[in-house]
Design a protein around this ligand. Structure first.
Ligand code: FAD
Length: 308
């Protein structure tokens, strides 16, 4: 079923889960065991992130270097196939334009269609480590809006449709000059055919509500699903702002820092904060809440128990 149909038919907000494909070497059973704790809460779909191949330059005996492409994780397509076979839920593979040609993207979409997958999250992706600015493949995708357009073009050839989600940033994408222009660019993705939006994680709901109001004023009328992640270590107080260009509110950052030597306390503080955020969002007309699991289950299970 398409996520757009799940959203329009659901009478109350529901949780959805995002998982990161495991590193190579993990068995199928271990993957299933890591997802199983979430299934008691019946998430109608599970998102599976997509990771760009890394590039390594290895020294040769003659002093030259050769370029190698390295994939560290199981592919999102293989993970989706395992989830489809084992659990009664939809899967939403992420598609990233970065590093992809249009021909490879079309083949990827054909594979997803073959697997009976009707949903994708369309993203631009990021630079490779060491690159200063994003560079598309020759003839590839500069922006996620171009990927959305291409998926719609592919469908018109194939005669079947995907439900397309796109990403958004309540605190602004780090490359955008200001939030207003970022929201205009978000609207381009919706105008190109995106059906709904999932936000980057945030830790202050007021930021999300203000962002949602601005989107509505800009004429973006598709569902906007908030994304949440509980902090689990004091280290994340610095690491997440650096990685995702977001703010950690003073009260949360101070409490985590004050307990930096106590792992258990930090875990509980992060979980409690996220549960309070989730409960508040559910009182403010969100269609669903999306959880970034990043390999952790028990903190999110605690929040799901409390809120759903
Ligand atoms: P875009 O929408 O293309 O925006 C990128 C930048 O370009 C923004 O600053 C935007 O304002 C600007 N822009 C857009 N269109 C135009 C235009 N026409 N003219 C000028 N400027 C423009 N990354 C992964 O690698 N794998 C994942 O699985 C993954 N999952 C994610 C899930 C979610 C919910 C989110 C929010 C992000 C995810 N990301 C993932 C990260 C994402 O790939 C990066 O944040 C990336 O830098 C931007 O992707 P985007 O799709 O938002 O890009």
């Amino acid at each position: 079923m398409k996520i757009s149909d799940i959203l329009s038919r659901s009478e109350r907000p529901f949780p959805s889960i995002e998982i990161v494909p495991p590193l190579k070497g993990i068995s199928k059973e271990e993957l299933i065991a890591s997802i199983a704790p979430f299934m008691d809460f019946h998430p109608p779909y599970i998102n599976v992130t997509c990771h760009r191949d890394e590039v390594e330059y290895r020294p040769e005996a003659d002093g030259s270097y050769t370029r190698h492409t390295v994939r560290r994780r199981i592919s999102e397509t293989a993970v989706c196939a395992v989830i489809q076979a084992r659990f009664d839920t939809e899967v939403v593979p992420h598609l990233i334009g970065a590093g992809m040609t249009r021909e490879r993207m079309e083949s990827q979409l054909q594979d997803l269609r073959f697997m009976g997958i009707e949903n994708v999250l369309a993203l631009r992706g990021d630079c490779l480590a060491g690159e200063k600015r994003f560079t598309p493949e020759p003839g590839g995708y500069r922006y996620a809006s171009e990927l959305v357009e291409d998926i719609r073009r592919f469908e018109s050839k194939q005669g079947s449709t995907f439900c397309i989600g796109v990403g958004a940033y309540p605190e602004k994408h780090f490359e955008a000059p200001n939030l207003e222009m970022d929201i205009q660019n978000l609207k381009r993705k919706v105008d190109a055919g995106a059906d709904y939006i999932i936000t980057q994680m945030f830790f202050d709901n007021a930021v999300f509500y203000a962002f949602r109001d601005k989107c509505r004023s800009a004429g973006i009328n598709v569902p906007i699903i908030p994304g949440l992640k509980p902090l689990s270590t004091a280290r994340q107080v610095e690491a997440l702002p650096e990685a995702f260009s977001l703010d950690i509110p003073l009260a949360l950052a101070s409490e985590m820092r004050a307990h930096a030597d106590d792992k258990e306390a930090c875990y509980t503080i992060g979980t409690r904060w996220c549960a309070a955020q989730c409960a508040d969002l559910l009182r403010h007309e969100v269609p669903a809440v999306h959880f970034y699991t990043m390999g952790r289950a028990d903190n999110i299970v605690t929040i799901l128990k409390e809120c759903f």
